[in-house]
Design a protein around this ligand. Structure first.
Ligand code: CA2
Length: 146
């Protein structure tokens, strides 16, 4: 069975508790439930994880080799800073999709640069929590074609 890893970076554990005007009122736990539902409709398996630590995210990407067919990543603010995460993604050669709740092209200038975008095959952003199941659909379509 096709298996997809969904990674969430720093501060995304706070979803639904602070800044609802920017990031919505949905918790990460609820988003995980939405994704489990979508994954079972798509007949794939998925696992969602969150870490506030760059090295932990990098270890999970390394360990995904031979275990997961695709990675969906909302790297949070590491999106804009982490060449290390970008290198980890390109080293494992697992198709990776970049995901954001907000539209990073319509916010502060410093959010326009994405290192993840340099190695991801696709980008879903600006759809809030709904972007997560959307990203799963896009990933499954991509994996069916490649
Ligand atoms: O829009 C996204 O998904 C982001 O990846 C979210 C990051 C931000 O740094 C990126 O530029 C875009 C920030 C995540 C912070 O999440 C919070 C959630 C609730 C309360 C406070 C922060």
């Amino acid at each position: 069975m096709t298996s997809i890893l969904i990674l969430n970076g720093p501060n995304l554990n706070l979803l639904g508790t602070r800044q609802p005007e920017v990031y919505g009122t949905t918790t990460l736990r609820y988003i995980e439930a939405l994704c489990q539902k979508k994954a079972s409709e798509l007949q794939v398996s998925m696992e969602m994880r969150q870490s506030n630590h760059e090295g932990v995210l990098i270890d999970w990407i390394h360990d995904a080799r031979g275990v997961f067919d695709g990675i969906i990543i909302n790297a949070g603010a590491y999106t804009h800073t982490s060449i290390a995460l970008m290198d980890a993604i390109s080293s494992v050669e697992i198709p990776t999709l970049e995901l954001h709740l907000s539209n990073i092209h319509e916010r502060e200038d410093f959010r326009r640069l994405s290192y993840i975008g340099k190695v991801a095959f696709d980008l879903v952003m600006g759809h809030g929590a709904d972007g997560y199941p959307m990203a799963l659909e896009r990933m499954v379509l991509y994996l069916e074609k490649h």
